[in-house]
Structures are given as C-alpha cells and as structure tokens.
Design a protein around this ligand. Sequence first.
Ligand code: SF4
Length: 103
Amino acid sequence: MTSTDWSDRGLCRTADPDDLFVEGAAQNRAKMLCIGCPVLTECLAYALDHRIEHGVWGGMTERERRALLRRRPTVTSWLHLLETARMEHERSQDAAAAVPRAS
Ligand code: SF4
C-alpha cells in the first residue's frame, strides 16, 4: 500500500477540487465533506506529515493544520500518532462495551 492509496476511498473523490481548495468561510462548507469520511485520519496525517499548505484535508483548514503543527513541533510522524490514538480509542470503546451494566 502506498502512502496515498487511501485517497480512492475519500468522500471527496468525486468532488470538484475547486470545492476543497477555497478560502475563508467557504472552508467550513468544504470541511463538511470530511465528516464521516472513512479515511479522515489518513488524509489529515498525510497533509500534516507532508506540510501541505493549501486546502481542506482531513477536516482541517491550512490555518488549523499550521496551528496544530506549531503546538506539536516534536511530532515526527502524524500518521503513527493518529493511528495509535485511533487504536487506543477503539480499544477503550471495546472495553467500555464489555463492562456489564448494573441493573
Ligand atoms: S477527509 Fe475530507 S479531504 Fe480527506 S479524503 Fe476525506 S473527504 Fe477528502
């Protein structure tokens, strides 16, 4: 699997690129495309790891990604960080579901 194989599964794959590479308030509409996208994590990690400066990727605008990169300057692999966080979240969800409820 190459680092961009995920893009074939993106909800925006049939969208007009002009709808994603917009400015200002139009970016909030562009971000709505990302809600529920099955490859949101991969997309965001790719944009962060490759320092992509334009457009909405993984539900974040370039301004939001820049701010995140400034807050976490020591992260060397966003893909690793975000996938680890996703796995831990899924494990905690599984553990919570396994706890019997008091009746
Ligand atoms: S997260 Fe958004 S920009 Fe990335 S592939 Fe999905 S829909 Fe497209």
